[in-house]
Design a protein around this ligand. Structure first.
Ligand code: 3HC
Length: 289
């Protein structure tokens, strides 16, 4: 593999583009407009700038890494990619449209992967031209710092696709775990009920934001408390994932906490919108309840 396509220049797509370019791949980073793709690349430049300031990276290495990332406002350049990773909004209709569009330009040997955090791979593969060359690669946020990638095989995914994608993930310095195509795969299946339960506990007045988070940080040795982590993932994303769990399993244990729904309705999506269970307008996050 030489060229990696990344569709979606948000937090996850930008992270995947950064680690792929850092490993020496040529990267094609696309979004729905040239402006959004360029903004994504500018975010990478800003992150790398901080590493240069801290003398953790040389300016020459930063420039070389950025030089390997090309941006685009549509999927046409994906014709040159060996592997395309979709990292768009966690909505099935949006993802399906992308797979249909990319399939029109994708090379006959090229692989298509989704970074979905909850939508079944077997179902998404139906929107691609060749489900044998379709696979799930689930990265974790922040991509450059998190060691894990879940590799999820759909019912029709070929052995050759799994082997090639395993090789790619290892080549960018990540560890693979193989997970079957079940809602939330392994990690989110376990994580989201915990985050949701923390919001239930907050809503029921069990403890404050600060005490719930400090409790889990200090009592469980988690780097972030569950409410801060929910803000970090995005409360809208958490809600979307829980809805997928609920609709695909029918199991009421996945019903979203009413307070989570309310926050999303208020547009309080967490860190990205400046407010969630914390207020991010100052230098340090401040608990809001
Ligand atoms: N690229 C390269 N290096 C980077 C970087 C980047 N983008 N960003 C930061 N770094 C470097 C920094 O320079 C710093 O180096 P230094 O320690 O030598 O100065 C180092 O990485 C650590 O950076 P920070 O000080 O910002 O990191 P913290 O120690 O505060 O940890 C954290 C931040 C890693 C986010 C930690 O709080 C954490 O692990 N939180 C939990 C994250 C988590 O659980 N993620 C999974 C979410 S679930 C998910 O993603 C799945 C989805 O489907 C929902």
């Amino acid at each position: 593999m030489k060229t990696i396509g990344v569709i979606g220049a948000g937090q996850m797509g930008v992270g995947i583009a950064q680690v792929s370019a850092a490993a020496g791949y040529r990267v094609l980073l696309a979004d729905i407009s040239q402006e959004l793709a360029d903004k994504g690349k500018a975010n990478i430049a800003r992150t790398l700038g901080r590493l240069v300031e801290k003398e953790k990276m040389s300016a020459a290495d930063r420039d070389a890494l950025l030089g390997r990332i090309e941006t685009a406002g549509d999927v046409a350049p994906m014709a040159e990619a060996d592997l395309v990773v979709e990292a768009a909004t966690e909505r099935e209709d949006i993802k399906r449209k992308i797979f249909e569009n990319v399939s029109n330009v994708l090379g006959s040997e090229a692989l298509l992967a989704s970074n979905t955090s909850s939508i079944p791979i077997t179902r998404l593969a139906q929107a691609s031209a060749d489900p044998a060359r379709f696979i799930g690669v689930h990265f974790f946020n922040p991509v450059p710092l998190m060691a894990l990638v879940e590799v999820i095989r759909g019912l029709a995914t070929s052995d050759a696709t799994v082997t090639a994608v395993d090789g790619f993930v290892k080549s960018i310095g990540k560890t693979v775990v193989h997970v079957n195509d079940a809602p939330g795969f392994a990690v989110n299946r376990i994580l989201l009920p915990m985050l949701n339960e923390a919001v239930f506990a907050l809503g029921e007045g069990v403890a404050s934001v600060r005490d719930i988070d400090n409790g889990c940080r200090l009592g469980l040795n988690h780097p972030m408390g569950p409410l801060q982590l929910a803000d970090f993932v995005g409360l809208d994303t958490c809600l979307e994932i829980l809805k997928v769990f609920l609709s695909t399993t029918g199991d009421p244990k996945y019903r979203p906490a009413p307070l989570l729904v309310k926050y999303v309705e208020a547009g309080w999506y967490g860190r990205k919108s400046g407010r969630g269970f914390y207020d991010y307008s100052g230098p340090e996050p401040v608990p809001t309840r």
